[in-house]
Design a binder for this molecule. Structure first.
Ligand SMILES: [Zn+2]
Length: 179
């Protein structure tokens, strides 16, 4: 019953929820120990078979479930026997964090390398070159475009990036970015 401990972790709950959505969550949150069919799950959880299958397929795509097909000798029907593989969750989560970190780093350098101008009426942001093309007037409403300070945003991003690096034990190394 190691699954149960895993599932008490709110980070893992959130991860599963993002994967399968609210309708698939009963399936993802109650992994049986052994093999199970989609029909059994649907009946046990009181769910539509389609919702169960959808959730199982998403788990399968993310290496969190596998199946084997068995043909019933009497009826000739194929049955899918599913096994949950939640041991892969920590590894998946780490990959997610690496992706997040990479995205944040790219976004942060974009924010740092550009100067922005804002129309306060429409809340539209322009890069410097765009703003210059428009003569520092909003193309929508004609208001003057104001130079926009984004250092707070950059700081918040840096803070999150440092946090992620720490969690992942990644050295601060700009030369290695973008692999
Ligand atoms: Zn405007």
């Amino acid at each position: 019953m190691a699954f149960e401990e895993l599932l008490e972790d709110p980070v893992i709950q959130k991860y599963l929820h993002e994967l399968v959505g609210p309708t698939g969550m009963p399936v993802a949150a109650a992994p049986p120990d052994g093999e199970v069919t989609d029909e059994e799950l649907a009946e046990e959880l009181g769910l539509e078979l389609n919702d169960v299958r959808r959730a199982l397929f998403i788990l399968y795509e993310n290496d969190l479930a596998s199946y084997r097909r068995v043909r019933d000798e009497d009826s000739g029907w194929l049955t899918y026997l599913w096994t949950f593989q939640y041991d892969n969750i920590p590894e998946n989560l780490e990959e997610e964090m690496y992706r997040l970190l990479e995205g944040l780093e790219q976004r942060e350098s974009y924010e740092e390398d550009h100067q922005f101008y804002l129309c306060e009426v429409d809340s539209i942001r322009f890069e410097f070159e765009e703003a210059m093309e428009f003569g520092f007037e909003c193309p929508e409403c004609g208001s003057p475009l104001e130079s926009m300070e984004n250092s707070r945003l950059v700081e918040a991003m840096e803070w999150r990036i440092d946090q992620l690096r720490e969690e992942l034990n990644v050295e601060h190394d700009d030369a290695g970015a973008g692999a």
